[in-house]
Design a protein around this ligand. Structure first.
Ligand code: BTN
Length: 270
């Protein structure tokens, strides 16, 4: 069978990174599902599944995530957390957020923000979504799958009426075409560097310094209601610290929550 030139370029770009294995497909359902199945059959730590097109991509809260051919990054990393990392499983999502924002800076000179807990924003619009999933067998953690989707070309951004939060592509923000496999290698290089510093003071400081809506009023939608407050920062466990209009400090822990600026009209919220 003839080699796929896109895959050849991808593999060239990923050389030198601390990846154990790379699996690429021209099309798949969801790379998170592929990575989950691979975990069950013995995927090594630091393996990655990359695709050009997802036809059943998944987002948080059972949403769909569309990945059109040639327009986006869609990949899932597999980790076997060390005992120290096991204490901080909730930090794998912000780990990806830090890596994507670093990658956008290094690869395209763009300054990204992280919408707590983990969406990456450019110009206050979502450019990247992250889906971290843990896999368990008989009460024991078998691994973490960290799925990352980045809108690279404008065609990756779904029509506005299908969006819950305004979205943007890397190329729209950069104003020029972007070679997505170079961007991927920048993201992965940063991710493996931050992995060594998971939960360190530097990790939290960098996350907080990139926090979107800091000092602004937001609404946090939780399963049992919503909370309004000013974003103050991140606590040592990775929770979002808010100050309510009554002046009370509240910490929101990562879970099924959405955050949006208090002034956004409801139709545009995520
Ligand atoms: C979200 O913002 O809701 C998270 C979106 C995560 C999308 C990525 S694309 C690669 C990986 N495979 C999936 O099916 N989902 C994640």
């Amino acid at each position: 069978m003839k080699d796929d030139p896109d895959e050849t370029r991808l593999r060239e770009q990923l050389q030198g990174l601390p990846l154990s294995e790379v699996r690429f497909s021209a099309e798949t359902g969801s790379t998170n599902d592929d990575a989950g199945r691979w975990l069950e059959t013995g995927a090594p730590d630091a393996a990655v599944v990359v695709t050009d097109c997802q036809i059943a991509g998944r987002g948080r809260l059972d949403r769909r995530w569309i990945t059109r051919p040639g327009a986006a990054l869609a990949f899932s990393l597999i980790f076997h957390p060390t005992p120290a990392e096991m204490e901080h499983l909730a930090l794998f999502s912000p780990l990806a957020g830090l890596a994507v924002s670093d990658g956008l800076k290094a690869g395209c000179g763009l300054k990204a923000e992280i919408k707590w807990p983990n969406d990456v924003l450019l110009q206050r619009r979502k450019v990247c979504g992250i889906l971290a999933e843990t896999s368990w067998q008989a009460g024991r953690l078998t691994g973490v799958v960290l799925g990352i989707g980045v809108n690279v070309a404008p065609s990756a951004v779904p029509p506005a009426d299908r969006l819950l939060f305004p979205a943007i592509s890397v190329e729209e923000a950069a104003g020029h075409p972007v070679e997505r496999w170079i961007l991927l290698s920048e993201i992965l290089a940063s991710l493996f560097a931050w992995r060594k510093k998971l939960a360190s003071p530097e990790f939290f400081q960098s996350w907080e310094s990139r926090l979107a809506f800091k000092g602004e009023d937001v609404l946090v939608q939780m399963p049992d209601g919503q909370l309004e407050g000013k974003v103050m920062g991140i606590d040592p466990q990775g929770g979002l610290v808010l100050r309510t209009p009554a002046g009370k400090q509240e910490v929101i822990t990562v879970g099924d929550v959405h955050l949006r600026p208090a002034h956004l009209p409801p139709a545009e919220q995520s």
